[in-house]
Design a protein around this ligand. Structure first.
Ligand SMILES: [Zn+2]
Length: 121
């Protein structure tokens, strides 16, 4: 999951395609991924829960992106291990999480949220 997030940040479309479960692959994946990568400036990742397993795993995360105001993707994702490689199978988008003003900001600035990306909220 972290490696897919990194690949989104770096625009590594090939890796994103390879780590997509074969049942999920579509002809227009590459174009869609390219659009996503171009439109999106990733700011940070927060892992909320991780349920590891031998062959299946789930991760609940929030990815923060774009600028001021920022946007977030809160998702519960499912992965399957196929031939030693974790593949993304599907996920459910969940409601946005509420961020606490005194927590450190998701963007790793080391500033409090209220003094960083939360300052206009
Ligand atoms: Zn910030």
């Amino acid at each position: 999951m972290r490696s897919r997030y990194s690949a989104f940040c770096l625009g590594d479309i090939d890796y994103l395609q390879v780590t997509l479960h074969p049942n999920r692959r579509r002809k227009d994946d590459k174009v869609e991924l390219e659009n996503t990568v171009q439109r999106t400036n990733w700011l940070g990742l927060k892992i909320i829960a991780h349920q590891p397993g031998l062959e299946e795993a789930t991760v609940e995360f929030v990815a923060f992106f774009n600028g001021q105001p920022f946007e977030q993707l809160h998702e519960f994702s499912r992965f399957k291990k196929v031939a030693g490689q974790w593949l993304y199978t599907d996920g459910d988008v969940l409601p946005a999480i509420k961020l606490s003003r005194n927590d450190s900001c998701f963007c790793n600035s080391k500033k409090k949220f209220k003094k960083c990306h939360g300052k206009d909220l």
